[in-house]
Design a binder for this molecule. Structure first.
Ligand SMILES: *Cc1c(COP(=O)(O)O)cnc(C)c1O
Ligand SMILES: [Zn+2]
Length: 419
């Protein structure tokens, strides 16, 4: 199977352009990368992956941010706003409380628009330029639209975003709006928005930049590469496990692909690949259901609900790439309640790290898996926090304490502070 960790590097097909091509993960059909607009396989409808004649080695990486990893990407540079190079925070109190050897927080909220989506867009919008398309579009729970709007306008292209009405956090809509996207609020959930934008893309109206687009996942691979380099520098070893929130499972797929390519290049031992561990909210957990049932396909959940709106997704489009990633690395998937998510959001905040609810799912999931003994106390773990606290100011305010009204008088305030 093409997605196994021990897969051989395939022969370079005639359609390759400068050593880059697209390959269907289901039937193996290959396609030229930049001749036509294509998101899925013409033959069987399967998901596509970007493949390279030359695989990256650690020695190839130089520079800063996403484009440090150009050797693992289809271009030398893209439409950039200095994305990537996010912090890998130490969290000593949380590490003690959870009871593991080492815990680091890879805070993707520190990207230009406040989420990891920027890493995908710097590559995806560059592909749009290569293809010469006019209008870019996405369906979004919020962060994809913020990133697409910023990178689209930076690349001098029009952007259209479809959002589920009433279900997108305030900061994200504000970003899409100010960065000049045309915003359509759809009377339906995220999955309905994605169905529609896929139809618009099929009619040639827009270029689709959801994570179904294989080039976006190339940019997101760099999260995994940064985590590996950070652990190698600080601990002289790669992490045992990476825990991450799962919505459409793009990141899970991207990290797995990054590690698979390093294994194929002989840069990483198959047994050392970090265990990919996905976390969903109880009210939107189709991937967890599939992993628990050992199923190859995900059952679409039509009714999803969680205050972690960024992962309020019932039909994870990248599941066929992500499920092998979780299985082959010996990882797992777990669901957590909204209360557990908010508790984890507060615990991160106590360490000075401000994240939006979906991001905190990773820490909530790790806590749960450590408590149940699935995660051992001798593990070194990286948790991914995907978006910044200010993305969802309402959720942050609700999770924090209330302001106390006082008169504008020092003596009254001193008296108030005694209470
Ligand atoms: C997009 C997003 C996710 C989900 O990521 P997938 O790659 O779709 O699984 C999680 N958290 C935040 C904050 C996001 O913006
Ligand atoms: Zn196919």
């Amino acid at each position: 199977m093409s997605l196994s960790l021990s897969a051989e590097q395939p022969a370079v097909p005639d359609v390759a352009d400068d050593g880059v091509w697209l390959e269907c993960i289901e039937c193996g059909e290959t396609f030229a990368p930049f001749d036509d607009v294509r998101y899925t396989c013409d033959e069987c409808g399967g998901l596509l992956e970007v493949r390279y004649a030359d695989l990256p080695t650690f020695d190839d990486f130089e520079g800063h941010g996403v484009w440090r990893y150009a050797a693992a990407l289809p271009f030398e540079a893209g439409v950039s706003i200095q994305e990537g190079a996010t912090p890998l925070y130490e969290v000593p109190r949380l590490e003690d409380e959870i009871g593991i050897e080492a815990l680091r927080i890879k805070h993707e909220g520190m990207n230009p628009t406040g989420s990891f989506k920027d890493r995908g867009m710097t590559v995806g919008v560059q592909v749009a330029k290569e293809l010469g398309v006019g209008r870019l579009a996405c369906a979004s729970t919020g962060n994809t639209s913020a990133a697409l709007a910023a990178y689209g306008t930076r690349g001098d292209m029009e952007t259209l975003v479809l959002l589920p009405a009433g279900k997108v956090a305030a900061g994200k809509i504000a970003q899409a709006s100010l960065h000049d996207a045309r915003i359509l609020e759809v009377d339906g959930n995220f999955d309905a928005c994605l169905d529609i934008v896929q139809e618009l893309a099929a009619k040639g109206e827009v270029y689709l930049l959801n994570s179904l687009n294989p080039f976006r996942l190339e940019g997101q691979k760099t999260i995994g590469l940064e985590i590996l380099e950070g652990f190698l520098t600080d601990y002289d070893t790669v992490p045992d496990r990476i825990v991450l929130p799962v919505g459409n499972a793009g990141n899970t797929s991207a990290l797995y692909k990054a590690f698979r390519e390093l294994v194929q290049a002989g840069e990483l031992d198959e047994d050392d690949v970090p265990k990919l561990t996905g976390v969903q909210a109880d009210g939107a957990a189709p991937m967890v259901e599939a992993i628990e049932n050992d199923a190859d396909e995900v059952r679409r959940w039509d009714d999803v609900e969680t205050r972690a709106t960024a992962i309020r997704i019932g039909n994870p489009v990248n599941a066929p790439k992500a499920i092998p990633g979780i299985r082959e690395t010996g990882g797992t998937a777990v669901a957590v309640s909204d209360e557990e998510i908010t508790d984890a959001q507060r615990a991160l905040a106590r360490e000075g790290i401000g994240v939006e609810p979906a991001s905190a799912a990773s820490v909530a999931g790790l806590r749960k898996l450590r408590a149940s003994g699935v995660v051992d106390d001798d593990e070194r773990v990286a948790c991914l926090t995907t978006g910044h606290l200010l993305k969802d100011p309402d959720a942050a305010a609700a999770a924090g304490g209330d302001p106390e009204p006082v008169p504008a008088d020092t003596d009254d305030i001193l008296e108030h502070l005694q209470q």
